[in-house]
Design a protein around this ligand. Structure first.
Ligand code: NAD
Length: 257
């Protein structure tokens, strides 16, 4: 039980990586606050956790809306008095080169992927500072490190999240708050399935292209990322501060030829 007695707030926990992480954190003894803009999906995550004996509560909020985020954090504090772990996971894709991206897509992706890290952090951190402890995990991506075709705005936000993580770490290290980033490669989730449909005509060709970018023969799974999030959330990573953790099958540092 690596998160026994801890309270974890996970944004975008109604699907994919967030849902798998919520289930794993609950299995490891955490009380999990499941946030998602989709109530149906968020409640499904909670139901799954409760069915296996874990503790979870759904709180609806759009991570881009200050008032909703503020209320979500206050509700969490009212219920549990503390937040030990914040996983800023919610995110959306946005496919296209700069000349193809419409302004409203640009703004939406920047809002969800970047402001959606800032706002929950802004309201959770004062509670962590008071207790002089906490672990924050920000969802970046390996596209923060490597150029990939037609990912302009998405890559820009994930690079910004990585820079923000390092800056946050310096500000909050004196309060014993750790802030780290996850950099997944391609992980098969509804997010990626949607992206594959919009970016490629042939899904098999798409999967082969993804595999050719990494060293592992297997595609990444939500469990792979959830395990890394568990490590960063738990005291096992107590000497890891301001770091990027790659969960990418060797996509960033490996080269086949
Ligand atoms: P997903 O689409 O399966 O899940 C994302 C969840 O976020 C959804 O349930 C969605 O409803 C929720 N969400 C979206 N906008 C929201 C908002 N404004 N407020 C609250 N919730 C909102 O995606 P996933 O693949 O599990 O991705 C999770 C995170 O991991 C994202 O930040 C994504 O950029 C990142 N990531 C994913 C991959 C991958 O290959 N899947 C790789 C690198 C990084």
């Amino acid at each position: 039980m690596r998160l026994d007695g801890k309270v974890a707030l996970i944004t975008g926990a109604g699907s994919g990586i967030g849902r798998r992480t919520a289930i794993l954190f609950a299995n490891e003894g955490a009380t999990v606050v499941v946030n998602d803009i989709s109530q149906e999906n968020g409640v499904q995550t909670v139901d799954e956790i409760r069915a296996s004996g874990g503790q979870a509560y759904y709180i609806k909020a759009d991570v881009t809306q200050q008032a909703e985020v503020k209320t979500m954090v206050q509700q969490t504090i009212n219920l549990f008095n503390k937040i030990d772990v914040l996983f800023n996971n919610a995110g959306i894709a946005g496919v296209g080169a700069v000349h193809e991206i419409e302004e409203d897509t640009w703004d939406k992706v920047v809002n969800v992927n970047l402001k959606g890290v800032y706002l929950p952090s802004k309201y959770v951190i004062p509670h962590m500072m008071e207790r002089r402890q906490g672990s924050i995990i920000n969802m970046s991506s390996c596209v923060a490190e490597i150029g990939l075709q037609r990912r302009s705005v998405y890559a820009a936000t994930k690079g910004a999240v990585l820079a923000l993580t390092k800056s946050m770490q310096v500000d909050y290290a004196p309060y014993q708050i750790r802030v780290n980033a996850l950099l997944p490669g391609t992980i098969l989730t509804p997010f990626v399935e949607g992206y594959l449909r919009s970016a490629y005509d042939n899904p098999d060709e798409a999967l082969n292209t993804i595999k050719s970018r990494q060293l592992s023969e297997q595609l990444g799974t939500p469990e792979d990322v959830a395990n890394a999030a568990l490590f960063l959330a738990s005291d096992d990573s107590k000497f890891i501060l301001g770091s990027p953790l790659y969960v990418d099958g060797g996509a960033v540092f490996g080269k086949m030829a």
